[in-house]
Ligand binder design. Structure first.
Ligand code: ADE
Ligand code: ZN
Length: 338
């Protein structure tokens, strides 16, 4: 391992933008397909990887939803999540806030209970065996209706004390935050935090809507906010956390190459950016790969990486005492590695 790798992996960090369905590695996809007798349109693991050549978000989403069809039982969701937790722990993740898309499963006849119980039991195992804390973000699919999002929130009702936040993902353009103003107001009433994808492919206007109409606690991606100086300044002044995903941006052609990623522009503008993997099985890297990519592509320093790791805790939904504990662990790590 290089010095830089050891530094990145040793730096305590939280992952705030991770779709658990997007952590389904091809090997596990094949194993679950066999276990459940589900047909998949690939002959081999290499065949699957070759299909992961996307030119935009929708290209990816079509393959991502098809891949999720191998997830059937609560054991499948447990195994999927444990594989991610182990991999994330190896990258120095000590706290993970993972998104899941219930509608991807309930719309093909899988009970909500199977999904959530599998994820909750894995979260418990991660706590016990890896010392990692985990929170769940229930994400609504924005290409579906607000009525369907309300039905999903109703399904989740018995588990709301074990769900931290509500999220919004899937096809962004044409499905602005305003479409979901009612369901996010209801989610907030029920005590959930709110984090939505905005400004990944969608315009700055969608980020304004996320702030003004959904009153979000966090923005997922937010890249296109940089096109609007007043918006950038507002996000910086309010200390809004952005969950930025460099390798995702590259694979989905939000940027042309990693050397043109705006992560340093974000930090320079005073934005509270964090680094995350988004859908690591599809985008060719976990969180440490994203940290390394911005060092290699944009020349970020170790001090910048420490800032990004600090932001991951101050931008998390953890209580203040836990945040303070993690920040102290970063300080101790930096002291040991000065
Ligand atoms: N990057 C992304 N953007 C929107 N929806 C998603 N679902 C999974 N990954 C996503
Ligand atoms: Zn995402």
């Amino acid at each position: 391992m290089t010095d830089l790798d050891a530094f990145i992996k040793g730096l305590p960090k939280a992952e705030l933008h991770l779709h658990i369905e997007g952590s389904l590695e091809p090997e596990l996809m094949f194993e679950l397909a066999r276990r459940n007798g589900v047909a998949i349109p690939y002959a081999s693991v290499e065949d699957v990887r070759a299909a992961y050549d996307f030119s935009n978000l929708q290209d990816f989403l079509d393959i991502y939803y098809a891949g999720a069809s191998v997830l059937v039982t609560r054991a499948d969701f447990h195994d999927l999540a444990m594989a991610y937790f182990r991999r994330a722990a190896a990258d120095g993740v000590v706290h993970a806030e993972i998104m899941f898309d219930p509608q991807t499963h309930t719309d093909r006849g899988i009970a909500f209970e199977e999904v959530i119980e599998g994820l909750l039991s894995a979260a418990e195992e991660a706590r016990e065996t890896l010392g990692m804390s985990v929170q769940l973000i229930l994400s609504f699919l924005r290409h579906l209706s607000e009525e369907e999002a309300f039905a999903t929130l109703a399904m989740a009702e018995p588990w709301l004390d074990r769900i931290t936040a509500a999220g919004l993902d899937s096809s962004e353009v044409g499905h602005p935050p305003v479409k979901f103003a009612g369901v996010f107001a209801a989610a907030r009433e029920k005590g959930l935090k709110i984090t939505v994808h905005a400004g990944e492919e969608g315009p700055p206007e969608y980020v304004y809507q996320a702030l003004d109409l959904l009153e979000v606690d966090r923005i997922d991606h937010g890249n296109r906010a940089l096109e609007d100086a007043a918006l950038t300044q507002r996000l910086a002044e309010m200390g809004m956390t952005l969950t930025v995903c460099p390798l995702s941006n590259l694979k989905l052609c939000v940027i042309d190459d990693i050397a043109s990623h705006p992560i340093d522009a974000m930090l320079k503008a005073g934005l509270k950016a964090t680094l995350n993997a988004d859908d690591p099985a599809y985008f060719g890297g976990y969180i440490a790969d994203n940290y390394r990519a911005v060092v290699e592509g944009r020349g970020l320093t170790r001090a910048d990486l420490a800032t990004l790791a600090r932001n991951s805790f101050t931008g998390s939904f953890l209580p203040p005492d836990a945040v303070a504990r993690h920040l102290a662990a970063i300080d101790a790590f930096l002291e040991e590695n000065a």
